[in-house]
Write a protein that binds this ligand. Structure first.
Ligand SMILES: [Fe+2]
Length: 342
């Protein structure tokens, strides 16, 4: 999608849309007139271990009229998260993942020879030329090779009581997953790491990393890179060794929207804008030590306004609610997303 004459690009994104719920939010996203929309996963809810049911869920997804009209009008890219990969919090041991990789590629119009059909997951990279400058989009697969999560069983058993207590008290509620320091714990496989290493070595003015779960958030106890601290550190080190400027994370999954920021020693902060969900809302306060904004606990979508005016440029990160009202916004100068010259 080249835009050689313009210096501006508007990208919208979102996640977590139940196919059996009304989806009026697509009219609001259309009204924002994005050049591109990124589906960041949980694009529908399969939640099954049956091939017949999985196929039926795709048919249900295709019958959501407002969503499909939007897809006809707006260029878009997609990755999956757990629910459309297969099941709640599913990972690399999900038994229908190879079949679903083909169904995903069919649904999102990947050609027969697309590498997304044969690699270890549906990760993919894209480029948009904006007035002679380059926006790189790296869409990760955080499911296909993910090793099992580590949970605190006591918390898992007490879920109903935890929810009740949080609702009654208004106090934050932590989920049951705990960081796994095992060097064998994996979010990406080695093949995806090799691809990412090559991509981050390429020049770009801005790099948007689509990550279906939160990168920078810490301490929620739900899914996220926080559960794989060595994998997160590996990516931070990779960005540092490649001196990859302009990295910003886009994430979903949480059923609320927020901004987080991960500090990088000797580098620049890695911002992570989370938009979730298109239909789903989690209104119980959730901890996040890296939170850098209000929490948008209503249906929402994300907007990125990219201005690549020559010599500088900026990126405005926003979350709008389901009625199209701005709920948070932050502008970053691209000069502040750079390593200092050595
Ligand atoms: Fe999810």
């Amino acid at each position: 999608m080249p835009r050689p004459d313009a210096h501006k690009l508007r990208i919208a994104f979102g996640s977590c849309a139940r196919q059996n719920k009304p989806q009026p939010i697509w009219a609001e996203i259309s009204a924002a007139k994005p050049d591109l929309f990124l589906f960041l996963g949980d694009n529908f809810y399969a939640d099954t271990h049956s091939e017949a049911v999985l196929r039926r869920r795709y048919a249900e997804f295709r019958s959501v009229r407002a969503l499909q009209q939007f897809r006809q009008q707006t260029p878009h890219l997609a990755i999956w998260d757990d629910h459309d990969f297969g099941d709640d919090d599913a990972g690399g041991d999900y038994e229908l993942k190879n079949l679903n990789q083909q169904l995903f590629c069919d649904e999102w119009a990947e050609p027969a020879d697309s590498p997304r059909r044969t690699r270890q997951g549906i990760y993919a990279d894209y480029r948009i030329n904006v007035g002679g400058r380059s926006v790189q989009i790296l869409m990760l697969d955080l499911r296909f090779n993910r090793t099992p999560l580590r949970a605190d069983p006591a918390q898992q058993q007490g879920y109903a009581a935890m929810v009740k207590q949080a609702k009654d008290s208004g106090q934050p509620m932590t989920g049951w997953y705990v960081p796994n320091p095992d060097p064998q714990a994996r979010l990406l496989g080695e093949e995806q790491w090799a691809w990412l290493t090559q991509r981050l070595a390429e020049p770009a003015d801005l790099r948007l990393i689509g990550s279906s779960v939160q990168f920078a958030a810490d301490g929620s106890g739900w899914e996220g890179w926080a559960n794989f601290p060595l994998e997160r550190e590996r990516l931070v080190q990779l960005i540092k060794t490649q001196r990859a400027n302009g990295v910003v994370f886009l994430s979903g999954d949480m059923h609320y929207g927020e901004l987080s920021s991960w500090p990088v020693d000797g580098g620049y902060p890695l911002w992570d804008i989370t938009s979730s969900g298109l239909t789903e809302v989690w209104d119980i306060p959730t901890p996040n030590r890296q939170r850098a904004s209000v929490v948008v606990a209503e249906t929402n979508f994300g907007l990125l306004d990219i201005d690549l005016t020559e010599g500088g440029g900026s990126l405005t990160l926003s979350i709008l609610n389901g009625a199209g009202h701005m709920r948070l916004s932050k502008t970053l100068a691209l000069d502040n997303l750079k390593f200092k010259p050595v």
